[in-house]
Design a protein around this ligand. Structure first.
Ligand SMILES: [Cu+2]
Length: 270
């Protein structure tokens, strides 16, 4: 800030100065609000990958900006689609991922949300991508290697369905990302493994949850069980009556109200 003010006072009486001396570019502003994860060059373009934080096992929001190398300018109205792929040596598999879109109709950015189901300690994650500059063009292929960590308080649980004993399921906790005392939006996501190359969202389950403070022996009132939104995400309300260590106990049921899993929980510390 001090630099910006100095620059302003220096140039304010110079009639020839242009006004862009310290106005951050779109790219700079975006980079300030996000973490740049990686970037790769493909066919004269640079694909930049940003996220809200270091990529982790759970539900991640990924953002793509694309620059034309010849001009150094960001391009707009492009499309990017990536497929997350993990190479585990003996086998490869993908991961649940959503259809990309422009966040808030911002044509400079493509957002694609996805769930990384394992940390990079178990293998190598790569985003296999296609960049399309104009509709109908042949897509430009690119690969972005990424690193995925496991959070201390895990944001994903994986288990077999107790209802049929064969369906492998993935339950994620998305919100609250930054819990506060009082009512928080709580967002869960459910996905299943259809094959190593297909992990679709589960849209017809129900989720019941109960927060408790295990070390203090109490829960909280006014929690609201989630209802289905879209993309496998279910939204409700969790009430944290104080800061500290909370355990969120979850019961999953299928469309016929059979218990799919119980006795599972997420830990939240704040
Ligand atoms: Cu894996």
């Amino acid at each position: 800030m001090a630099v910006a003010i100095a620059a302003l006072s220096f140039t304010s009486c110079d009639k020839n100065s242009n006004t862009d001396f310290d106005i951050p570019s779109y790219e700079e502003k975006f980079a300030e609000a996000h973490l740049k994860v990686n970037e790769v060059t493909a066919d004269g373009y640079t694909v930049q990958l940003f996220a809200d934080e270091e990529l982790f096992v759970g539900y991640n929001r990924l953002y793509f900006l694309v620059k034309e190398n010849a001009t150094g300018e960001l391009i707009k109205d492009f499309s990017v689609k990536v497929t997350p792929m993990m190479d585990m040596g003996m086998m490869m598999h993908t991961s649940p991922n959503e259809v990309p879109s422009n966040p808030d109709n911002d044509m400079m950015v493509i957002q694609q949300n996805m769930v990384f189901i394992m940390p990079s300690t178990a293998g190598t994650w790569n985003l296999e991508g296609e960049l399309t500059l104009n509709e109908g063009d042949t897509p430009i292929a690119f690969d972005i290697p990424v690193s995925v960590v496991e959070k201390t308080d895990s944001r994903m649980l994986t288990f077999m369905s107790d209802a049929d004993s064969v369906t492998k399921l993935f339950l994620i906790l998305d919100e609250p990302l930054i819990p506060v005392v009082g009512e928080n939006e709580i967002v869960f996501g459910i996905y299943k493994r259809e094959s190593m190359m297909s992990f679709p969202a589960v849209e017809d389950y129900s989720i019941e949850f109960e927060p408790e403070m295990p070390t203090m022996g109490h829960g909280s009132p006014n929690n609201v069980n989630p209802t289905y939104m879209d993309n496998g995400l279910y939204t409700g309300v969790v009430n944290f009556t104080m800061t500290g260590y909370w355990r969120i106990n979850v019961v999953l049921k299928d469309a016929s109200r059979n218990v799919v899993k119980e006795g599972i929980s997420f830990d939240v510390n704040f």
